[in-house]
Design a binder for this molecule. Structure first.
Ligand code: NI
Length: 225
């Protein structure tokens, strides 16, 4: 499984030759100006919720790639009504896609489309594929619900927000890592805006001092799991 960070909360996953893009917000992110959305491959686009800083590039990429848009019922149906391929889910539900099993899990956040219309409740994804399991929390507070995830799935990587203000901060992400029984964390949702700038060295040191590993990737950088 190959994981690529495309800036802010956008993650690319390649598993079993299938390309998955999560929460594509690239063209509006000045820090990601070297990423061209017209070259990104996507068989599936997973959306944790419908805020502008996650869905900005969904339609442009889905139009070009015919990707299947996977999200909660409200968001997936919204794109389905516009003629896009879609797969609706809701909290607690799983589906066996050809690349692996995806579960839509709880997040503590809000969800509305940029025009203010209702976009269901926000979530995160647990993805089990090619003998590797990852959790992409989406924008969320620290929540006890995270303790439920390792009861079903032994995680190899947790992708967690660390920017605070709109989501968890670094210290809560360390507690989340305990709840998830996963010491390997990829941080996201930081530095994009003034509200969520963090000190990288301090964040990494805090994880290190807790016996955990925080990865902060350059935008466009990948890791292999
Ligand atoms: Ni959000």
């Amino acid at each position: 499984m190959k994981i690529t960070f495309y800036g802010h909360a956008c993650i690319g996953i390649k598993v079993k030759g299938v390309h998955i893009l999560v929460d594509p917000f690239i063209s509006g992110n000045p820090k990601a100006s070297h990423i061209d959305i017209n070259t990104l491959e996507a068989d599936y686009i997973l959306l944790t919720h419908a805020h502008q800083d996650l869905i900005l590039d969904v339609e442009a990429i889905a139009k070009r790639t015919d990707a299947v848009i996977v999200s909660n019922y409200e968001i997936a149906s919204h794109y389905g009504n516009k003629g896009f391929n879609y797969h609706p889910m809701n909290h607690g539900g799983s589906w066996d896609f050809k690349f692996g099993i995806v579960k839509y899990v709880n997040a503590i956040h809000t969800s509305s489309f940029p025009d203010g219309s209702y976009a269901g409740q926000p979530g995160g994804f647990v993805i089990e594929g090619e003998h590797k399991n990852i959790y992409i929390s989406g924008d969320t507070a620290l929540t006890m619900d995270m303790k439920l995830i390792p009861m079903r799935t032994k995680l190899d990587l947790a992708i967690l927000p660390i920017g605070s203000n709109f989501t968890m901060d670094v210290d809560d992400a360390i507690i989340a890592s305990d709840f998830l029984d996963c010491d390997k964390v990829l941080g996201y949702h930081y530095d994009t805006f003034g509200y969520i700038e963090i000190n990288h060295q301090e964040a990494k040191r805090k994880f290190f001092d807790s016996g955990k590993d925080l990865m902060l990737l350059e935008i466009g950088e990948s890791i292999d799991l």
